[in-house]
Write a protein that binds this ligand. Structure first.
Ligand SMILES: [Zn+2]
Length: 343
């Protein structure tokens, strides 16, 4: 439909162009201006909206709201009429438990005494956060519940306050291109399975689903991206330093980084099979100081989070200080949870 409108505009533009060449003076000028306007409309309606939908290569341009299911809408209504307290009291739907049980290895491992709290945060999440999806009909309630449930494992020992800045989750059928606004889809440049800004998380769905179901690979896209949200909540920066700038907590994270980060860099230089992947040592230029460019280390905390939950014992054995720091921050001790083999 959009494509035929685009073609109609294009035909109009060509006809006006022809009449512009045939006429003279003001009439010609009028025709040329009209041709340009119609040409632009044709490009906008036909290409950006219409041809883009057909081509299948431009997922980055087609973002639609994920349809809100009856159960989630009901929860949103409860929020409107009774506030957060009413949402907390509202029973967690049984079919959501089934979804989480089927697709989240972490959910299966979490001790029963923590489940009520996880359900409560998951309900908050589903009422507070908007979801977009790459294709109409591709994503729905199951995907929303799984993202919310896995993401809320991170705040299980803490508080929903950690997600106060979060407002949007985008689920993608295709990987996310680096610098999407300016990169053409057919360029095989950098693309990511996930991405986080201060208030938005983007997830490549197949990766997120596979990682959640496996649970022991040390790769968990959902945990990774939502750890970025926690990292940036205080000061807007992902730098693997948690807590307010200047606080004792932030100083402790800085000290940990100063001690552990160079060891990690050396280990990867030697080609060691370290529990933390090479991606953990990525650095980003932060700002220029008198001594040069100050670097920040955005991936350390998110990668450490993945292995803290998924390779807990190995992290504790190989990097006890990192394990203790994570345990102190998350107020959780996943080693004591049921065995991964049982999950
Ligand atoms: Zn990351």
């Amino acid at each position: 439909m959009l494509m035929s409108v685009g073609v109609a505009f294009a035909v109009g533009a060509v006809l006006n162009l022809i009449s512009g060449f045939r006429n003279e003076g003001v009439d010609a000028l009028f025709s040329f201006v009209l041709a340009i306007i119609l040409g632009l409309f044709s490009w906008w309606v036909g290409w950006k909206k219409g041809y883009g939908l057909l081509s299948g290569a431009t997922d980055w341009q087609r973002i639609y709201d994920v349809p809100i299911s009856g159960s989630i809408q009901q929860l949103k209504n409860v929020l409107q009429t009774g506030g957060m307290e009413a949402v907390a009291q509202y029973p967690f739907p049984e079919h959501w438990k089934e979804t989480l049980f089927s697709h989240s290895a972490l959910y299966r491992r979490i001790p029963d005494e923590l489940k009520d709290r996880l359900h409560r945060f998951t309900k908050y999440f589903l009422t507070e956060v908007e979801f977009n999806g790459g294709l109409v009909g591709d994503f729905g309630e199951d995907e929303m519940v799984l993202v919310a449930g896995e993401a809320c494992v991170l705040i299980l020992g803490r508080d929903y306050w950690d997600y106060r800045k979060l407002s949007l989750v985008e689920l993608r059928k295709f990987p996310i291109l680096d610098n999407e606004e300016f990169t053409l889809p057919w360029e095989p440049n950098a693309h990511y399975a996930g991405h986080a800004t201060i208030n938005t998380v983007r997830l490549h769905w197949d990766t997120a689903l596979l990682d959640s179901s496996e649970g022991a690979s040390g790769n968990n896209l959902i945990l990774h991206e939502f750890a970025h949200i926690m990292d940036s909540a205080d000061d807007g920066k992902c730098q693997s330093i948690l807590g307010r700038t200047g606080s004792e907590e932030a100083r402790q994270w800085e000290a940990l980084l100063e001690e552990e980060f160079p060891k990690l860099v050396e280990a990867h230089k030697r080609g060691e099979d370290h529990v933390l992947p090479p991606y953990a040592i990525s650095v980003d230029p932060a700002h220029i100081t008198i001594r040069g460019i100050k670097k920040q280390r955005p991936e350390f905390f998110s990668c450490a989070t993945e292995v803290f939950f998924e390779k807990s014992e190995r992290l504790q054995n190989e990097c006890p200080k990192i394990y203790e720091a994570m345990k102190g921050f998350y107020k959780l001790d996943p080693i004591s949870w049921s065995n991964l083999q049982d999950a």
